[in-house]
Design a protein. Sequence first.
Lengths: 313, 300
Amino acid sequence: MQSASLPPSTPPSGARRASGRRTWMRRLYVPLMLAPVVLTITTLFVGALVVALLQSFGYAPLYGINEFPTFKYYGSLFSQAGFWASVGLTFYYAIVPTIVGTILSIYLALALRRRFRGKGFVQFVYKLPLMIPYLVGVAVTIVLFGNGGIIARSLYAIGLIETTRDFPRLIYSHAGWGVMFVYVWKQVPFTTLIVYSVLMGLGRESEEAAATLGANKWQTFWHVTLPQIMPGIVSATIIVFAFNFGSFEIPFILGGGFPNTLPVEAWRAFEDADYSRRLRAMAIVMVIGLMSGAVLFVYLWTYRRFERLRGRQ
Amino acid sequence: MRPAADATVATGAQRRRRRGLGSDRLGPFGRFYVTIMTGAVLIPFLPLIVGSFAFRWTWPDLLPSTWWWEARGTARLPQGWDYIFSPVSRVVESTGNTLLIAIIVTLLCTLISLPAARVIARERFRGKSFIEFFLLTPLIIPEIAVGLGILVTFIQLGLAGTYLGIVLVHLIPTIPYMVRVLTSVFQGLSSDYEEQARVLGAGPLKTLVHVTVPMILPGIIAGGLFAFLISSNIFLLTFFIGRGQIETLPTLLFSRVSGGGALDAVAAGVALIVCVPGIVLLIITERFIKEEVFAKGFGG
């Protein structure tokens, strides 16, 4: 880039060695600039995963355990019904709010493009859950949906229920309404923001063209708008699903006790007084990573393939 | 938009546009939906605010029967906001920790990410798409998978329960976002000015200080605010690595809401305090952070 802007003149004497040094430096330029980020992420992130992987296969000299390589920690996991119940719950809590939240977000993003009264206020307020910790969502959920919560009290006030027992258990239960409410509440702003920014980048020309050519609202949405915002939707759902799948504090607090999601079970195994249980925790954590990775890989692969079939790269 | 056509002879398309899709006004259902969604964000905070001022709020009262200020003088235990601002509650200490950690993380993260963002935005090199993907993996691999592995290592190294340990783990989720924001900053910035400075005889350092940094400063501030926010909201990694010895606002809130059962006045108050950094940043970022930053995704 730089050399291109230099005027083509005859090089002064001794320039050969200087330019030799410059190409050498240019060759190192990219790796050196990338080094801080790559080294940080590799040591912390990849390093942690490698440690967890080794321990899950029985290498933990710190606790006086060295059975590497053994599959027994995975084997004992896979042979328990409770583990598979955990897997089911984890997928359930992760997928349902991702789908519900995405649908709500797409419509919200589309609505935000239009003009309406109080738009400035709405555009400001809807991002609020994005900015605060998930635990605030948990607190809000307890206050609203608990058996002595505001909704139960309102139902009492209008005479629909008599005692707190009459109110369905929305939190601290395996059905996970509370857990999934927190995810949706916190993630709709995130997905909306992504979809909205993609929409803003697109402009409305192609939609107007479709309308001019006689397409109705639904046809325009399915055949023009949706395909264009798909990349944004895909990246948002990937991040949201991955978060939900590995989320710990929300099912830990609002879930229904044993069996709970995989992250909660991993933490319980890790905190067990028996240190050998920590290897089981590492095996669970590896399963979380692999399952989440596999789902996302298949999802992304299917999407890319679909895009190619449609003739867009 | 097209220039306004002769109003008397509107074509079919124009009429259709005025009625349906092309019309810029949001329809009644859309307005209803937007109102519901805004309400769903705001209304849940009401019982939290009321609850933080309650002294006695038992089933089935919709409002507290005794308010905090009515019982302040007579209560044996400090209630609600009295407790929150007393040193026993650790709120002030946790706020300090949260801010301190977030500031250090933001500075470190910016320094680490800047060079990489510049190279990714401007240079073509082999393995670039791999590097880009690699830097996004911390967003896709669940935090807990990383958290336990790091915890084991940090316990061994004596980093568990230290500020350094927490700062280091906070780099994992912040770097991917920071690199992304800064990359888009560099992409939006033509390198012409830097080249001109070089051609006019400025050295690399001079160019950096007088040309590059002033031009990207707004972008750096935006990315920094973002990293600050992420760091101050992290629960899991702080909880794992802090081991209860270093309390931040999210971990403090966790210990308040994880008891099961109803939420007391103190928990409601803490939940509100925890929102403060986010609300402040929301007000600031309305001006700084461009929404297009989020537009680039995995799919495209």
